[in-house]
Design a protein around this ligand. Structure first.
Ligand code: F6R
Length: 360
């Protein structure tokens, strides 16, 4: 069942290359080099998109916002479903909602969908479980095709959600004619190479995660920092670590550090930084220098050749633009996994948590 792995979580982390290929299957027309999302072909690109989700799926939504706004020029609002459902959200005509849920059974997300339906807006369910409540209640369904996820901590499902969101951004960007041609074709072409790059890299990433987990297993608290599209990833890295290892962790936008959180930094409060080679790198770097000046230790996910001096550098192969996310996400998952396993925690069944949250 676990395919020779000790836990479902590690099996599912290692399945991610296949998860990306499966999510792309039938959605990229190889001849034309085009994204095809027949599930939503009858919907016009929305004037405004309302994303609702919980937990890890919410983090996926926050990430999706960057690309959908950038490539499709659609304003996106991302909201935690348990907040959305008790507000009186402004859902005007021309808007579309997108509910993201692995299980398709999350009570708050379902309540959000019902609210959207009452207001008469189309709703796209982005979910993994075929025939689930989210799939049944939504007017349109895009399946993530990740296969069953057993481990309570979500890993491969998020990877598939990100893949689908990226496709959505490309699809709407093209349909509206606003994405530039070079970006579109580069994304479509390079996305198809990600599974093999990730497959080759995962064993070494696991070794690195194991090495770091031994060094940091006694930490009481961690910051996870990132900017731009790595901010949602920082939130996710912190969530993964806290839910399975029970080490306190907070995800922050790097630029927020000086507005309060940096007061916590001392030699015993490490920071896990997303310092990949993008246009915001120099900003992240200066935030990290400030952490170091307060004696804080740093683990940094970065790329070869990047000018950064930190105690624990974790180099990942560099791919094109936003696709670096698909390499960085498993690194965060592996760090949480190896830490929890080293501490002897029940990785697949963390205390107090359930796989489907069917009550609010
Ligand atoms: C964290 C985790 C949860 C879920 C959340 C939403 O690892 O698994 O935060 O992401 O409960 O679940 P779905 O996506 O099934 O609606």
């Amino acid at each position: 069942q676990k395919g020779g792995h000790k836990h479902f979580m590690i099996k599912e982390i290692f399945e991610q290359p296949k998860v990306i290929s499966d999510c792309l299957a039938g959605r990229i027309d190889l001849e034309k080099g085009e994204v095809v999302l027949s599930e939503i072909a009858d919907l016009e690109p929305p004037e405004r998109l309302h994303i609702i989700a919980c937990g890890t799926s919410y983090h996926a939504g926050l990430w999706g916002k960057y690309l959908i706004e950038k490539w499709a020029e659609i304003p996106v609002e991302v909201e935690i479903a348990s907040e959305f459902r008790y507000r009186d959200p402004l859902l005007s005509k021309g808007g579309v909602a997108l509910a993201i849920s692995q299980s398709g059974e999350t009570a708050d997300t379902l309540a959000g969908i019902k609210l959207v339906k009452q207001k008469g807006l189309p709703i796209i369910g982005l979910c993994n479980v075929v025939g689930s409540s989210v799939a049944r209640e939504s007017s349109h369904v895009v399946y993530t095709q990740a296969g069953p996820e057993i481990s309570v901590a979500s890993t491969k499902a998020m990877c598939s959600q990100l893949t689908a969101l990226l496709l959505l951004a490309l699809y709407w960007g093209k349909k509206k004619g606003v994405i530039d041609v070079a970006t579109y074709s580069r994304a479509v072409m390079d996305l198809r190479n990600i599974p093999s790059i990730l497959e080759a890299e995962l064993p070494a990433m696991r070794d690195k995660a194991q090495e770091l987990s031994r060094e940091f297993s006694e930490a009481y608290s961690f910051f996870f920092l990132g900017r731009g599209m790595y901010f949602p990833l920082a939130l996710e890295g912190a969530l993964k670590l806290k839910e399975i290892s029970y080490i306190h962790a907070e995800g922050y936008a790097s630029g927020e550090m000086k507005h309060g959180p940096i007061a916590l930094i001392d030699p015993k409060f490490p920071t896990f930084a997303m310092a990949l080679n993008d246009e915001l790198f120099s900003k992240v770097k200066s935030n990290l220098v400030e952490v170091q000046a307060r004696g804080g230790e740093i683990i940094a996910l970065t790329n070869p050749g990047v000018d950064l001096e930190v105690e624990h550098r974790w180099n990942l192969p560099e791919v094109w633009g936003p696709l670096n996310t698909f390499i960085a996400l498993p690194a965060l998952q592996l760090f949480a996994y190896e830490t929890a396993d080293y501490l002897g925690k029940d990785v697949d069944q963390p205390r107090n948590l359930a796989k489907s949250v069917t009550v609010e």
